[in-house]
Ligand binder design. Structure first.
Ligand code: HEM
Length: 202
């Protein structure tokens, strides 16, 4: 029998599911605002704006907890990228996802203590959480306080530039979430990873 690993401490699980719920609220209200001038209105514009602003502030607060937790707790060890041999490890993992998994091969990087992520998970989580997410928050706060935005950027209105950048980041993160949910079904059983993120154990 394989060893039971405690991979997701309570704070990570609380952060993760609150973040996921708020993210879905942000996507729905964001889309509603985006299409407010068309027939496709889901939520009244002023309500969508208020909900988006509140969810955005809460997600920022949660993000601060995530960064703090990943700085002062052992969870940080899971986020260290060893550059040496990284490409080779990613190719190995990609080969597993695109071929090995279909012929019942064993995963090349099964979770273990202090290495819960495989190389593709690790790189995608680091890019999303340490690059895309901060820019999403900064541009979001820029739009919340437009007086802080430069009047012009690259010859176009600063507000317009920030709005386009914010929408693009929102789009990429929404795509990430869909791929992320799909990848999470690729455990020993489709429910394995979801159960782990609920009870903490793998
Ligand atoms: C309904 C939406 C979501 C579901 C069902 C979901 C599901 C999961 C599951 C099952 C895991 C554990 C497996 C693993 O570590 O890969 C996980 C981990 C993770 N998810 Fe999600 N997720 C969702 C939304 C999000 C969003 C919106 C983000 C960030 C923008 C996110 C970021 C992460 C991160 C960073 C981890 C690793 C956390 C850690 O252990 O340090 N997830 N997710």
């Amino acid at each position: 029998m394989s060893e039971k690993l405690y991979l997701y401490p309570v704070w990570v699980r609380l952060w993760h599911w609150s973040n996921a719920i708020l993210f879905i609220v942000l996507i729905i209200t964001g889309l509603s605002m985006q299409y407010s001038g068309t027939e496709m209105k889901f939520i009244r514009f002023d309500i969508a704006v208020a909900m988006h602003n509140i969810a955005g502030v809460l997600v920022t607060f949660l993000y601060a907890i995530y960064i703090l937790g990943n700085t002062i707790t052992v969870n940080s060890k899971n986020y260290r990228i060893r550059e040496k041999g990284l490409i080779g490890r990613m190719i190995k993992q990609f080969r597993y996802y695109s071929y090995g998994i279909f012929i019942n091969e064993k995963p090349p990087f099964p979770p273990k203590k202090n290495r819960k992520f495989n190389p593709m998970q690790l790189v995608s989580y680091v890019i999303v959480m340490y690059l895309f997410f901060p820019f999403l928050i900064i541009t979001g706060f820029g739009l919340l306080y437009p007086e802080t935005i430069f009047p012009t950027v690259f010859g176009i209105s600063g507000i317009q530039f920030t709005a386009i950048f914010h929408s693009l980041l929102g789009f990429f993160l929404s795509v990430f979430m869909l791929i992320h949910i799909y990848m999470c079904t690729l455990g020993e059983k489709p429910s394995t990873h979801f159960k782990s993120m609920i009870n903490g154990y793998h």
